[in-house]
Design a binder for this molecule. Sequence first.
Ligand SMILES: [Cu+2]
Length: 339
Amino acid sequence: MRLPRALGGWGVAITGLAGDARASQPLNYLVSHGLQNDVTLPLTKALIAVSLTVVLIIGLLIVAAILRRPGLQPVAGARLEVGPEGGGLSWIWIGVGLSSLVLLASIAWTVAVLGQTVHPPSKPKTRIEVTAHQWWWEVRYVDENPALDFATADEIHIPAGEPVAFKLIGGDVIHSFWVPLLGGKTDLIPGLTNESWLQADTPGTYRGQCAEYCGAQHAHMAFLVVAQSPQDFRRWRDSQLQSPAAPQGEAAQGAQLFTMHCGSCHSVRGTDAGGVLGPDLSHLMQRQSLAAATLPNDPAHLSQWVSDPQAIKPGAYMQKPELTAAELAAIRAYLGTLR
Ligand SMILES: [Cu+2]
């Protein structure tokens, strides 16, 4: 079991922000870096406090009951009655009354929070469709002008300081979209489309995680939300609309091999590779991580993934390719041109 521990370390390496709460506690939902969490966090904390108080009170009452009746022996056939003597009945009224009040208050608060978080405070200008697959995230940016649509995977760029609308499309099995530091945990259910929104306070990289068990590689179904200043976000968006430059030399040979062996599952903008069973690779080199934030995106890990994905994510829907080392090297050279 050396792999999972190593992966935890990579998680921090991937976000590249060690020392920052966003990286050192990437799944901490008790701190907020986003507008939606600002609203839900007080409720979350209050409900945790209520639950702990209930556990404490019940625990103390059980201990008290045990201590007060040291000699109590069950008598065969006897019924333990709660009589009016000693105030037994009124304690039940007090207990039921108090817990009903607390429950009613938490229902009212929950409904109020749901009302406040169902819509963002202003109309989102950025709309993103996320489809969950075993075990990666398909991400499509949709615009009123279809010429400005593009796809990416496992890394979602958003402008910081403004709301972004998400359409969460159910794919194969139930998954759940969750960015603990920003909020918005919402399930993706096959055959249904859910809606959500997120707003990051400041630029930074926030880790997301599938939060509904979805099969063998559920734990390796993470993603990154990269919040950027609106100018940087626009620059990134424009770069995604470009087709990668025509490859030269070994990479050109790799491009041919790629279309033949990989293009049935992967797309690269402006080429014959148009598959949709795997992540869009048009600008692979711009992404920080590989295979749903499982590996950092550097040449060594990329080679490792492409030559034997099953060694890293057993069961993933990409098989070990039957290619020679030279062919793999050419494909690797081509992938390196996808900026
Ligand atoms: Cu999942």
